[in-house]
Design a protein around this ligand. Structure first.
Ligand SMILES: NC(=O)c1ccc[n+]([C@@H]2O[C@H](COP(=O)([O-])OP(=O)(O)OC[C@H]3O[C@@H](n4cnc5c(N)ncnc54)[C@H](O)[C@@H]3O)[C@@H](O)[C@H]2O)c1
Length: 334
C-alpha cells in the first residue's frame, strides 16, 4: 500500500485524489494540502477522511505521507517538487515541471545528484488508448521513418485571455512531449506564429501555430486554438515514409435530434482523458510498488521546457530558433 499526499485540490488534484482513493489498488490518500481550505476539506472527505494541510513543507514532512501528487498552479510546482526530492518521496507532478528553465534545471540536477528517479511528470497522453495505438504502430515500423508530425490541440475557452508564454509553457508542452515520444526524434529548430486574442493586449494568444524541424529530418506543426467555442479536441497525425496514421479516440454516438444530425464533442480534458488519468495513477502506484516510476521523467519535463522556451523566444523575436543540444543523463534511459 502506498500512502499519498495530494498538493492542490482543484480540478486536476481532485481528479487524481478521487482516482487514487476509489479506482487504484494499493493506494490510499492520507493527506490533502490546499491554500483554499474548503476545497481541501471536500477532497479529503471524499477520500475517506484524509488529514488537511495548508502548507507544502508540513505535508511533505508528514511521516504518514509516502508519496506525493502535485497539482497546484504551475508557478508552485518547482518548490513542491524540490521539497519532495529532498525528502526522498516519489512524486507525480502535473505538467509543467516548472515555469522557467532555471527551476527545471535545478530539479534535474537535484534528482540526478540523488541517483534515483523519484519524479514522474503528468504527460498523460502516454496513457491514452488512442495515442498508445498510434505509438505501437509507429514502433512496429509499418509506416517507415516518420517525416511529419501534425498535432491539433484545441479548447473551448479559458476564463481569462492567456499570454502566448502561458499557452506555450502550460499547454503546448503536451504537444512538444507528444512529438518527442511518438517520433523518437529530438527538436532541432522551432518557429512560432500566433493570432492575438484581445485586440489591445499584444501578449494575449488566441491561436498558436508552431513549426518544427527534428534532428533526424522530420518536420512538424502544432496548432493550439485556445478558444474554439465548440469544445476540446486533441488529435495527432504522423506521416511516415510508407504511410500515415492518425489518432482515433473512442467515437461519440451520432445523434439525430430536431432535424439535425451531429456528433458531440468533449467539453474539456477531464472528459477526453478520463480513462488516461485513471490509468496514469494506477500505473504510477503499481510502478512504485515495484520500485520506481516508469512514466514520463524529469528529463522529459526539462526538454519540454527548453523547447517551449525556444518557441517563446521565436514568438518574441519573430525568428526561427535553434533548440540547443542537450546531454541526457544516464539516469533517464527508458
Ligand atoms: N495533465 C493534464 O491534462 C492537466 C489538465 C489540467 C491541468 N493540469 C495542471 O494541473 C495543475 C492544476 O490545474 P487545475 O486545472 O487543477 O487548476 P485549479 O485552479 O482547478 O486547481 C488548483 C488548486 O491549487 C490550489 N493552490 C493555489 N495555490 C496553491 C499552493 N501554493 N499550493 C497548493 N495548492 C495551491 C488552488 O486553491 C486550487 O484548489 C496545473 O499545473 C495545470 O497545468 C494538467
Amino acid at each position: 500500500m502506498i500512502q499519498i499526499g495530494v498538493i492542490g485540490a482543484g480540478g486536476m488534484g481532485g481528479r487524481h485524489a478521487r482516482n487514487l482513493a476509489h479506482k487504484t489498488p494499493n493506494a490510499k490518500v492520507v493527506a490533502v494540502m490546499d491554500v483554499d481550505v474548503p476545497r481541501a476539506e471536500e477532497i479529503a472527505a471524499d477520500c475517506g477522511g484524509a488529514k488537511l494541510f495548508t502548507d507544502v513543507d508540513s505535508i511533505v514532512a508528514d511521516p504518514d505521507v509516502q508519496a506525493l501528487v502535485i497539482a497546484s498552479p504551475d508557478p508552485f510546482h518547482a518548490e513542491a517538487v524540490l521539497a519532495g526530492l529532498k525528502a526522498g518521496k516519489p512524486t507525480l507532478c502535473e505538467k509543467p515541471l516548472a515555469v522557467t528553465i532555471a527551476e527545471t534545471k535545478e530539479i534535474l540536477e537535484t534528482e540526478v545528484a540523488g541517483g534515483r528517479r523519484l519524479v514522474q511528470l503528468g504527460f498523460m497522453r502516454e496513457y491514452d488508448a488512442a495515442h498508445q495505438a498510434l505509438k505501437a504502430l509507429l514502433d512496429s515500423g509499418e509506416l517507415g521513418q516518420p517525416i511529419l508530425f501534425r498535432g491539433v490541440h484545441v479548447g473551448e475557452r479559458f476564463a481569462q485571455p492567456r499570454t502566448i508564454e502561458d499557452v506555450i509553457i502550460n499547454s503546448v508542452a503536451h504537444d512538444i512531449h507528444s512529438a518527442r515520444w511518438l517520433l523518437k526524434q529530438e527538436f532541432a529548430q522551432v518557429y512560432t506564429q500566433w493570432v492575438r486574442d484581445v485586440a489591445d493586449r499584444p501578449e494575449t494568444c488566441r491561436l498558436f501555430i508552431g513549426q518544427m524541424a527534428f534532428k533526424d529530418g522530420a518536420l512538424g506543426v502544432i496548432e493550439m486554438n485556445t478558444a474554439t467555442g465548440y469544445g476540446y479536441q486533441v488529435d495527432v497525425e504522423i506521416t511516415g515514409a510508407v504511410g500515415s496514421a492518425r489518432t482515433s479516440p473512442a467515437p461519440a454516438p451520432v445523434v439525430k435530434q430536431s432535424r439535425r444530425q451531429f456528433q458531440p464533442i468533449d467539453p474539456d480534458w477531464l472528459v477526453r482523458f478520463d480513462e488516461a488519468y485513471k490509468r496514469e495513477v494506477q500505473d504510477w502506484v503499481q510502478s512504485l510498488m515495484a520500485g520506481q516510476p516508469t512514466g514520463p521523467t524529469v528529463w522529459d519535463g526539462y526538454v519540454a521546457m527548453v523547447v517551449a522556451d525556444a518557441f517563446v523566444q521565436s514568438a518574441k523575436t519573430g525568428q526561427p530558433q535553434t533548440v540547443p543540444d542537450l546531454e541526457q543523463p544516464a539516469l533517464y534511459v527508458r
